[in-house]
Write a protein that binds this ligand. Structure first.
Ligand code: PRP
Length: 177
């Protein structure tokens, strides 16, 4: 198995502090609402697990999984839902939880999907907002960190399904971004 050289770009401590702050903000903003955290698998599972425990208001948690048609690592813009929400979406406050927004194509499609499902509100919380390859004008409502360069791994961000278990975020020094 190939081993990669990594550089830490966001420490475990910095992630903890930022996730706690996001949880406080979300708790404040959704007080009195009907919040459903909608985590996008597989990349958001670690972030969602930590974020939900920093939220102090009543909420539900659900999961979706999407896939892009086409080969390669870059999004093609042709998205399909391979795991639909288990919970009722209609009329509820859907907060999509993602690990990273890159081109924006996946999230543009997913946010539209929840609007079509007649959610009461639809917002996006992403741990990392990576804007250098953005293809659509998508702005997340809650952003952990803005990072523009590098192939990021760790804290459930993967390289060929590896490194999701690392507790901090790193850039691979020997992979294309
Ligand atoms: C990542 C991330 C988003 C998507 C964002 O998932 O979790 O779903 O890419 O990219 P985009 O803005 O260019 O559309 P990935 O396809 O790597 O799968 P994973 O969640 O299983 O890691």
């Amino acid at each position: 198995m190939q081993h990669h050289t990594m550089l830490e770009v966001i420490s475990r401590r910095a992630i903890e502090e930022r996730v706690a702050a996001l949880g406080r903000q979300i708790s404040q903003d959704y007080t009195g609402g009907d919040l459903v955290l909608m985590a996008v698998l597989g990349g958001a599972f670690v972030f969602a697990a930590d974020l939900c425990r920093s939220i102090t208001i009543d909420c539900c948690i659900d999961f979706v999984r999407v896939a892009s048609y086409g080969a390669g690592t870059a999004s093609t813009g042709s998205i399909r839902l391979v795991q639909a929400p288990a919970l009722e979406v209609s009329g509820r406050d859907i907060l999509v939880v993602e690990d990273i927004v890159d081109t924006g194509l996946t999230l543009q499609w997913l946010l539209q999907y929840f609007h079509q499902q007649k959610a009461g509100s639809v917002r996006l919380c992403t741990l990392v907002d990576k804007k250098e390859r953005r293809q659509v004008p998508l702005e997340a409502d809650y952003v952990g960190f803005t990072l523009n360069h590098g192939f990021l791994v760790g804290y459930s961000l993967d390289f060929a399904e590896r490194y999701r278990n690392l507790p901090a975020i790193y850039t691979l020094q020997d992979a294309a971004s």
